[in-house]
Design a protein around this ligand. Structure first.
Ligand code: ZN
Length: 431
């Protein structure tokens, strides 16, 4: 499995990355998943507003209705493993009642919604079993009714489902808004006219985003906590002027895992740091503290394995088609590069722990490893930091605290300085 996934890293390079771009300011997303238009959209024509969403019907035929203030184009398709239906739409300002989508009905277990790229939004339905899109229509407003997007799902057997699945194999990226694709995909390798910036590149990867909330505790969602942290770390590193800092996302946008890896690879990054927060279900104890993870084929313990599995589910949550054909590549070369990279990743992880443990409460077992897909760039030292547990009261207090954030950011920046200073010194003598 690991080898297959390594190959996907290269395959991922062929995929267009359409991460979020120009937005410079964090818009703290508050209630539920409400989407506040961020700064870069201020000049764009006003986004369609979705004001309500509901489910009707039963386990044979389930209807989804989305109220809008104007008609929009959309595209609906099914995915399997797990069974899902995805509706891709142009970027929409979701002002749905808090808690929308958490309770299912009929064929729908739950649904999520959010931005998946600049100019593109997505609604992802988790299904109770195989279903087909029996009807999908945009109805005009009138008679006191707003314009509505109506989707009808019909219960089918698995062979029928698979037929529909293979007939309309969706693209990995939403293709509804062509205009959106033209809006500066920031992760594409820039071909600058100016001389290239010689500074080492640090990629900061706030986990989750958009349709994928990550873990949560009440109104506090992992995707927002880790974005705030990532932006603070970026600001801190940029202030030194020593690095070029690239964010895999700087707003509430869903980015597939391979695209995050691709950013690090394309930018020939010196370091990739993925930021997350963990959650331990009630009844499984009350873990607390930060943990630093590196990549390994074999998980260091069962908790690390559980966590990697849950973090690797991000693509399924975001409605990404996971049926990628394996490609034949020279995986021996990847293995070699990866072995060296892992040595550096492990070295950085140890340095990071050394810096963090003086200022931040660490997990009792703070260095672990498992098969995180986001750590699979063969040529970029990569670590994933779980800042703490949103399920733990005092960890959560830390995670939302500006003071805690800035001192943790400071200790991480220290470790990054030390690690890259050492690497640059080595690189300098060998050139
Ligand atoms: Zn996470």
């Amino acid at each position: 499995m690991a080898r297959h996934l390594n190959q996907r890293v290269l395959l991922g390079c062929a995929l267009l990355c359409a991460a979020a771009c120009a937005c410079s300011e964090l818009t703290r997303v508050s209630a539920a998943e409400e989407q506040t238009p961020s700064q870069n959209q201020a000049t764009a024509p006003s986004l369609p507003v979705a004001s309500d969403a509901r489910l009707a019907g039963d386990a044979k035929l389930t209807r989804f209705i989305l109220d809008l203030d104007k008609g929009i184009q959309f595209r609906a398709f099914v995915l399997d493993d797990p069974y899902r239906v995805v509706i891709d739409i142009p970027q929409v300002n979701f002002r749905l009642p808090s808690g929308s989508g958490t309770n299912g009905r009929g064929l729908v277990k739950a649904f999520r919604y959010g931005t998946v790229m600049p100019g593109g939004s997505r609604i992802v339905f988790d299904l109770t079993g195989p279903a087909r899109v029996a009807d999908a229509t945009m109805l005009d407003g009138g008679n006191g009714q707003p314009p509505r997007l109506v989707l009808e799902l019909e219960d089918v057997d698995r062979p029928t489902f698979l037929q529909a699945l293979h007939a309309g194999r969706p693209q990995l990226k939403p293709a509804v808004s062509d205009q959106a694709a033209a809006v500066a995909p920031h992760a594409a390798p820039a071909k600058p006219a100016t001389p290239p910036d010689p500074r080492p590149v640090v990629v900061i990867d706030p986990g989750h985003g958009g349709v994928d909330n990550g873990t949560r505790s009440g109104e506090e969602m992992e995707k927002n906590l880790v974005l705030a942290f990532g932006l603070a770390l970026r600001d801190r590193l940029e202030k030194s002027g020593k690095y070029r800092v690239i964010m895999t996302r700087n707003d509430d946008t869903f980015i597939p895992l391979d695209d995050r890896v691709k950013v690090a690879h394309d930018q020939a990054a010196a370091l990739f740091v993925s930021i997350h927060a963990d959650y331990l279900p009630r009844g499984e104890g009350d873990a607390q503290g930060a943990t630093i993870y590196t990549l390994s084929d074999k998980a260091s313990d069962t908790e690390a394995e559980r966590l990697a599995e849950s973090e690797n589910r991000a693509d399924a949550i975001g409605g990404v088609d996971l049926r990628e054909e394996p490609t034949e590549v020279a995986d021996i070369l990847i293995d070699l590069a990866q072995r060296e990279t892992r040595t550096f990743s492990n070295r950085f992880a140890r340095m990071l722990m050394g810096e963090m443990k003086g200022t931040v409460r660490m997990h009792k077992n703070p260095l672990k490893s498992a098969g995180f897909r986001v750590l699979k760039a063969p040529d970029v030292p990569s670590v994933l930091v779980e800042l703490g547990y949103v399920s733990n009261k005092s960890d959560l207090e830390h995670l939302v605290s500006d003071r805690w954030r800035s001192k943790t950011v400071a200790s991480m920046a220290q470790a990054i300085d030390a690690f890259l200073a050492k690497r640059l010194a080595t690189a300098g003598t060998s050139r």
